[in-house]
Every structure is written in C-alpha cells, then in structure tokens.
Write a protein that binds this ligand. Sequence first.
Ligand SMILES: [Zn+2]
Length: 85
Amino acid sequence: MGVFLRVLLVVGAVLLVIKLLKSRRKPPEPPPPAPAARPAVKSPAEIVACAHCALRLPQAEAVQAGDGRYFCGEAHRRAAEQRLD
Ligand SMILES: [Zn+2]
C-alpha cells in the first residue's frame, strides 16, 4: 500500500512538472506584420535631371524654368537662361 501511494505521488509529481513546463513555454509569436509601403519614398519617375549640370534630384526639390526644364537650383536656372541670351 505504501509503495502504491509512493508511485502515485511520483507519477503525480511528474505530471505536475510536465504541466508546468508546458505552461511556461510561450506560444509561438506571430510573425511581425509586413511593413507598409513607405509613403515617403517617391517613385523614380519624379526624379529629374538639372538641365545645366545634369544633377539628378527629386522633382519636388527642382526649380522649373518657364520652358519646362528643371534645374537643381535657382543659380543654374539663371545660368542656363543667361547662356541662351
Ligand atoms: Zn544644376
């Protein structure tokens, strides 16, 4: 009888340890969501080249002359216009 109780206790203890180990193990974390498309990056189509020095820059930063050409800055726009005169 004593042996039976001891076996029962050991089995119970083993089951308890297994249960504790399983509960301690964290469930697998879901993969992080894919980063959303970066809105700050503009499409390559908006890159223009300076008509004076051929520097490539975003259209938003470029200076556009009256004839539609783009320049990297006001100085190059003026330089190009003076060259035409
Ligand atoms: Zn330029």
